[in-house]
Design a protein around this ligand. Structure first.
Ligand SMILES: Nc1ncnc2c1ncn2[C@@H]1O[C@H](COP(=O)(O)OP(=O)(O)OP(=O)(O)O)[C@@H](O)[C@H]1O
Ligand SMILES: [Mg+2]
Length: 369
């Protein structure tokens, strides 16, 4: 048996445009999704997520390259012959059928015996925590419950791989957060491979074992949530996932995974870890997350330490967001409010002179693209 549930091997998908040209919806994408993995494709609108998923499902065929499922190249295999099932954003339940009938539908089409249908539908409804709701009609359910019916309908057929295209997109924020945790728990209970599409970076970080960050039909980086957040391989990924401060300059030296960049605006060299591919003489981005900067009232280090003036502060309860002007650069710093205080002096204030320390081990030097 193949170690991989799904592989995309150098897949290209072109679509003709009405103007007579061609659009590369997916452009040389390779992915290896492991058995039992929760794998997400993450990227902004139009980057090729749905097209990639539809090629795995068999609703589209690659222009070039191959989709391999459980070790078998799929070629032009039609969707119903693939060991996968899809949950779409618009889950389109049959409104005139009960929850039970909706979930049973696919099994009945396959002529599964009635007793087995009862058994499997019951188990699927248990799995999505809808036991006892079988007699209801979709319009008698909340949005989240309807989405769970759609899930039950997909898992009742026991696919090896479940494909999910923004399945929580229609739900409000609070319900979406609940369903994220439920989906992750469900995936772990079932032990099947989930391929999940989202444009929401927080959702991808919360749920995934691994994430592919996509842009313009290409995969920019693939890795665990920790790898993607802590070691983005280019500026685009650092910017797309979470929040970062960026400085730009010229690479002066690269050695043992560390680099130094001259920043003209600061007239200083900044040291950091190499993240991705860079070489001496190139323009690079220096990226540092706002929670990783040390703020202090005095200069503490000679290296990577800069003087600035607080230009604004926002108290948000758990943290205070402090903006510091350093020679015209606006740097965001998130200070955790570890001490409970009502005294305004316990917080940084606008106009105050401060020092920023960018610890080299928390500062990343990466390709400026
Ligand atoms: N059937 C089609 N014919 C022509 N172009 C298409 C077709 N399907 C998708 N595209 C184009 O391919 C690109 C990728 O589309 P896709 O639907 O895969 O994006 P997506 O990442 O799912 O975006 P979203 O987050 O908006 O759903 C887009 O530029 C889109 O306009
Ligand atoms: Mg889409």
């Amino acid at each position: 048996m193949s170690e991989f549930a799904v592989e995309l091997q150098d897949v290209i998908k072109q679509f003709p445009t009405p103007e007579g040209g061609q659009v590369f919806a997916v452009n040389h994408v390779s992915m290896q999704i492991k058995n039992g993995e929760f794998f997400s494709m993450l990227g902004s609108s139009g980057c090729g997520k749905t097209t990639s998923l539809r090629m795995i499902a068999g609703f589209e065929w690659p222009t070039e390259g191959e989709v391999v499922i459980a070790g078998t190249p799929q070629g032009h295999t039609p969707p119903f012959k693939r060991p996968v099932n899809t949950v779409f954003q618009s889950y389109a339940l049959f409104q005139h059928m009960t929850v039970f009938q909706n979930v049973a539908f696919g099994l009945e089409m396959d002529h599964v015996a009635k007793s087995e249908v009862n058994d499997r539908v019951g188990k699927s409804l248990d799995m999505v925590q809808l036991s006892g709701m079988g007699k209801r009609f979709p319009k008698q359910l909340s949005g989240g419950q309807q989405q769970r019916v759609a899930l039950a309908r997909a898992i009742v057929k026991t696919p090896k791989v479940l494909l999910l295209d923004e399945p929580l997109g229609a739900l409000d924020l609070k319900l979406r957060k609940e369903m994220q945790l439920e989906l992750k728990a469900l995936q772990q209970r079932l032990g099947i491979t989930f391929v999940y599409v989202t444009h929401d970076q927080e959702e991808a970080l919360t749920m995934s074992d691994r994430i592919a960050v996509m842009s313009f039909g290409k995969v920019l980086q693939m890795g665990t949530p920790v790898e993607i957040y802590e070691r983005p391989n280019c500026k685009f990924v650092a910017d797309f996932i979470g929040t970062s401060n960026f400085l730009h300059g010229t690479v002066k030296s690269v050695e043992n995974g560390k680099a130094s960049v001259y920043i003209q605006e600061l007239d200083a060299e900044v040291m950091g870890l190499v993240s991705g591919d860079i070489s001496v003489g190139e323009t690079a981005a220096v990226s540092i997350r706002p929670e990783k900067i040390r703020l202090s009232e005095q200069s503490a280090f000679n290296q990577n330490c800069f003087e600035g003036v607080v230009s604004s502060t926002t108290y948000i309860g758990s943290d205070t967001h402090v903006y510091v002007n350093v020679k015209g650069n606006r740097i965001k710093v998130w200070e955790q409010n570890k001490i409970s205080s009502l005294d305004p002096k316990a917080y940084y204030s606008v106009g105050q002179k401060v020092w920023l320390t960018l610890f080299p081990e928390n500062t990343l030097i990466m390709a400026d693209k």
